[in-house]
Design a protein around this ligand. Structure first.
Ligand code: MN
Length: 319
C-alpha cells in the first residue's frame, strides 16, 4: 500500500537504543486514512514515536476487517521491501516490472523495491466479504538498498502445527521452518493462528529483538493482554515466548537483529538522507524511468505529497 497521509513527515529511523534484555513496551497505533476520500482507517504502529523499528521492520499498518474496496493507484517505493499479509479478503497487485498477482490469506506478497519500483493494489472485481490485513515494510541495508527491483508471490509458506496452533513463517526462520522469501538482514516474521484455550511456547533467538501484534481476537503475549491496534515490543535476550488465548486469535510476531544503520523515511521512500528522498520524489513526479510504469491499473498514478523543507539531521542512539 501507499502511505497516503496528506502531509507525511520525514522520519529518521534505525540505530536506536535497544534494551539489553526483555521488556514490555505497549505501543498503541495511530489512526491514518489510506486511499483518499473513500479511504479505509488504518492503525499504524511503526514507526512509533517511542520506537521506529523492530529489526529491519520499519512500517506496520493494520487495516480492517472492513467492507471496503482497496484501490491504491500506482505509487513508487525505494530502499525497502513491502510485505503483504491478509487475514481476510483478496488484493490484486500489479507492478512496473510486469508482475500481476492475486493474494489471499495464508499467502505472502513480498516486493523488493531496491533502487525503485512502482505498484498498484486493489480489490479484485466482484469482491465479496471484508478486507483485513497488514502492510509491512522492511528496510534494506546499505549493500542491498539499490538492488534491482523484484517481486515474489509465495503461496506455499512453511506451516508448523502445534497443539492449538498453526504457525506460518512469512520471513526468516521459526522453530526450524524457513520461509522461501528473500531477506537481506537477519529477520523473521510469523503468524500464529491460535485456537481458544491455546497455550504455546515459541522458541526465539536471543540476538533478535521482537514485537507482537494481534491481528484478530485477543491473546496474552508473555502474559500481557493484547488486542488489535497495539504493538507489544518485547526487547531481546529472549529464548522463548509464551502465547495464550481464551478464544481463537491471530498473533503476528516480528523480529530481527537490531538495524544499526540510520535511515530516512518519507512517504513511500526509504533513503539515507533528505536528499535521497527529495531526489526520489522529483524523479517520481517527472516520470523518471527509475520507477517504470504500471500497466493494467484503471487510473492515474498517485502524486507525491509536498516534501517538508526542514532537513533532518542524522541522529544517534536514543538515550
Ligand atoms: Mn506500496
Amino acid at each position: 500500500m501507499s502511505n497516503v497521509e496528506a502531509a507525511p513527515v520525514e522520519t529518521a529511523c534505525g540505530h536506536e537504543q535497544v534494551p539489553e534484555g526483555p521488556t514490555h513496551e505497549l505501543m498503541p497505533g495511530r489512526e491514518v486514512v489510506l486511499g483518499g476520500p473513500r479511504g479505509m482507517a488504518v492503525s499504524r504502529t511503526l514507526p512509533h514515536k517511542e520506537r521506529r523499528m523492530v529489526g529491519a521492520w520499519c512500517f506496520v499498518d493494520q487495516y480492517g476487517p472492513a467492507e471496503h474496496d482497496m484501490r491504491v493507484a500506482p505509487h513508487p517505493h525505494t530502499g525497502l521491501q513491502t510485505v503483504t499479509w491478509l487475514v481476510a479478503g483478496e488484493v490484486l497487485h500489479r507492478d512496473s516490472i510486469g508482475s500481476e498477482a492475486l493474494i489471499r490469506p495464508g499467502q505472502l506478497n513480498i516486493m523488493t523495491a531496491g533502487h525503485g519500483i512502482a505498484h498498484s493494489e486493489e480489490s479484485p472485481a466482484g469482491r465479496t466479504g471484508p478486507l483485513h490485513g497488514v502492510q509491512l515494510w522492511v528496510a534494506l541495508p546499505e549493500q542491498a538498498r539499490s538492488v534491482a527491483p523484484a517481486f515474489a508471490h509465495h503461496a506455499d509458506l512453511p506451516v508448523l502445527t502445534r497443539a492449538g496452533a498453526v504457525l506460518t513463517v512469512l520471513l526468516g526462520e521459526l522453530d526450524g521452518a524457513v520461509s522461501p522469501a528473500t531477506a537481506y538482514t537477519p529477520i523473521m516474521g510469523a503468524e500464529a493462528a491460535l485456537d481458544g484455550g491455546a497455550r504455546l511456547t515459541l522458541p526465539l533467538r536471543s540476538d533478535f529483538e521482537y514485537a507482537a501484534l494481534v491481528l484478530d481476537g485477543a491473546a496474552r503475549v508473555d502474559g500481557v493482554p493484547l488486542a488489535p491496534g497495539t504493538l507489544l515490543y518485547l526487547g531481546r535476550e529472549r529464548t522463548s515466548l509464551d502465547l495464550a488465548t481464551d478464544a481463537p486469535a491471530r498473533v503476528l510476531l516480528l523480529g530481527g537483529e537490531p538495524f544499526d544503520e540510520e535511515i530516512v523515511m518519507w512517504w513511500n521512500f526509504v533513503g539515507r538522507s533528505h536528499d535521497d528522498v527529495a531526489a526520489a520524489r522529483e524523479q517520481w513526479m517527472a516520470g523518471d524511468p527509475r520507477f517504470g510504469e504500471v500497466t493494467g491499473y484503471d487510473g492515474a498514478p498517485l502524486p507525491a505529497p509536498v516534501l517538508p523543507n526542514a532537513q533532518l539531521k542524522p541522529r544517534g542512539r536514543r538515550r
